[in-house]
Design a protein around this ligand. Structure first.
Ligand SMILES: [Zn+2]
Length: 75
């Protein structure tokens, strides 16, 4: 029995972009409204944000350094 591909799982590159935009807008709206409550959506937002802003250099390395800094714990 052949799997029925092409009905529910049609690869659509353009649609994928729309989904990503939708997700990004959703995450931004969530953090804007909820004020970063720390839920899974907030964590997704931070991950996406760091990746997207990565190409611009390091706009806000303070938080990353704060988390990854071993000196703070060693002291
Ligand atoms: Zn949240």
């Amino acid at each position: 029995m052949a799997p029925q591909t092409g009905l529910a799982r049609v690869p659509q590159p353009a649609g994928e972009g729309d989904v990503m935009l939708e997700q990004l807008q959703y995450l931004i709206a969530h953090t804007a409204a909820a004020g970063q409550c720390g839920c899974s959506e907030c964590q997704r937002y931070h991950r996406v944000r760091s990746v997207l802003l990565e190409i611009f250099g390091e706009p806000r390395p303070a938080k990353v350094r704060d988390i990854a800094s071993p000196l703070a714990r060693a002291a």
